[in-house]
Design a protein around this ligand. Structure first.
Ligand SMILES: [Zn+2]
Length: 135
């Protein structure tokens, strides 16, 4: 197994860095922080082994098509879905557009638009962001 930067993984697997980050955040790809030569830390991900790579690519593209900026703040999917502002792994603790902070988020793929947080919707419109998809 080989650990590479998100940039390198993006290049090797031919998908965007956002997809790599999302994949890592969802736990489908092993990821860890590693000290940089220049100081600080950066994220690295574990590349899948050779023959598996094509499956992995298809998988990643499948996930990418289902990407939604809308996420639940609770595992039991109660209340409203919120808009996630940004895809960095580092931002996992708190990143809803309306300012809500949570420890974890749960993909709201397939949710009903009526379930959306009104404050998030307002912000998305105000900032001119894509309402339905990241891609
Ligand atoms: Zn919200």
């Amino acid at each position: 197994m080989e650990w590479v930067s998100i940039q390198e993984a993006s290049h090797r697997l031919n998908v965007s860095q956002d997809v790599i980050r999302r994949y890592a955040r969802d736990g489908r790809l092993n990821a860890k922080k590693q000290p940089k030569e220049t100081g600080g830390t950066s994220w690295v991900v574990e590349l899948p082994d050779g023959p598996w790579e094509d499956d992995f690519k298809e998988n990643v593209h499948g996930i990418a098509q289902k990407l939604t900026p809308w996420w639940w703040s609770t595992a039991d999917k109660e209340g409203v879905v919120h808009y996630v502002d940004g895809l960095g792994i580092e931002e996992i603790e708190a990143l809803f557009m309306c300012g809500l902070m949570t420890d974890n988020i749960y993909s709201a793929v397939g949710h009903n638009p009526s379930e959306r947080c009104p404050e998030c919707v307002d912000e998305v419109i105000k900032q001119g962001l894509p309402m339905e998809t990241r891609e």
